[in-house]
Design a protein around this ligand. Sequence first.
Ligand code: GUN
Length: 306
Amino acid sequence: MTIINKIIDGKMYAQKLLGEIHPLSKGFLHNFNRKPCLTVILVGDNPASKIYVKNKILVAKKIDIESKEILLSSDITEDELIDHISILNKDQNVDGILVQLPLPKHISEKKIINIISPSKDVDGFHPKNFGKLFMGDPKFIPCTPLGCLYMLKHEIEDIKGKNAVIIGRSNIVGKPMASLLLSSDCSVTITHSKSTNIEEHTKKADILIVAVGIPEMIDEKFIKQGAIVIDVGINRLESKNNDNFSNKGVLVGDVKFEKVLKIAKKITPVPGGVGPMTIACLMHNTVKAAYINKKNDFINVLEGIL
Ligand code: GUN
């Protein structure tokens, strides 16, 4: 297999999914005289969060989803943020609400996630949606793990019975990813920062999902020959010289790409792997929320995935 065939093209899969969603957002506009609407709240000026939010808004525009951005100062109080969300919860013209994480330390993320109406929770982080996912009856599924599953289901002919190992136990990626893979009949292991000998587990992984947030932590020693590796990490390294990347730094994942590429059967790159799929899944969840909130059926474009 050539190297190029080993690289899982997240941009291509995102275009495919967006291409399936776009007719549905256009259909929504035709039927209800407005576009599906996503409102994104960004608190403070975390540079990475600003880029993520900008990209979400850009993609929404391309596929006829209206997007609104609410920018709030980092010293906003928890109660003030809750007031903003309560207004959006009641607004019939807002279908999806996303509060970009992380939030400043003085605001409880748990409290904020609990306030968002479960029917507008396009992140799938509300306990009601989280619970439904784990009960095998998902409504809104967190976007990053959903995007990973989408790529895996397209890349692997029969996922049943595979050994899947996840590094990272966050509510955003690790835990929901485990639930999705369990529902896909994988044998699932979750490892994390306190696990002893992570390598022992990852060496047995047919599917390895890496979401640790440590730049290039996973090298070829962790990988079973022929594994499928999904790198969720997005880390910006300061560049020492100014040539290719100016002084903005270079993006790397949690996986040492060039080394692991030699051992793995398939691997997602950073950038161009999981990132575009996360955004595409957010658009999917937003259009789904729009239809459901209008008490209309939503055509399941994820048939065969879930
Ligand atoms: N921060 C990093 N990933 C995410 C995500 O998927 N949703 C939100 N709301 N914040 C994030």
